[in-house]
Design a protein around this ligand. Structure first.
Ligand code: RB5
Length: 143
């Protein structure tokens, strides 16, 4: 499975630990930056990740910024992206099981790195439940 990842300066420290951790587990990771703690604008990194998810260049994505909201708001502008913000393992499970999130967004300044690992594992190993949730996600883009 190919995972795309992006972050701003607030998510950089966790990203550089998460990428080798994912690779060790056998995932292929495409890193869309940023590559340092120098201040950047999160949309510059969110848009390329969203494009890669929508085009199928990657199977899914992970995004991190300080609160997670800048990334989530930007990513969700792209038709076909369902970017879900998680700050506990249970929310990470539900955002896949119920919302079929194809991008997991995490608030790097408000969670520990170990929580980032737990949430990532939970989200990757959970399947979408379908059923009533399929009907609901179909309504998201009907407006
Ligand atoms: C950067 O300081 C911060 O604004 C950003 O990481 C994020 O929290 C925005 O939503």
């Amino acid at each position: 499975m190919k995972i795309g990842i992006c972050n701003d300066h607030a998510g950089f420290a966790y990203k550089i630990k998460l990428v080798p951790w994912l690779q060790k587990k056998g995932y292929e990771v495409i890193d869309f930056g940023t590559d340092s703690e120098a201040s950047v604008d999160y949309p510059d990194f969110a848009h390329p990740l969203a494009d890669a998810v929508v085009s199928g260049k990657v199977d899914c994505g992970i995004a991190m910024c300080g609160t997670g909201n800048g990334m989530a708001i930007t990513l969700n502008h792209h038709k076909g992206v369902r970017a879900g913000l998680a700050w506990t393992s249970e929310i990470a499970r539900l955002v896949k099981a119920h919302n079929k999130a194809n991008i997991l967004v995490m608030p790097a300044r408000f969670v520990s790195y170990s929580m980032v690992q737990h949430m990532t594992s939970m989200w990757l190993q959970t399947s979408f439940e379908g059923g009533r949730h399929q009907r609901r996600i179909e309504k998201i883009e009907q407006f």
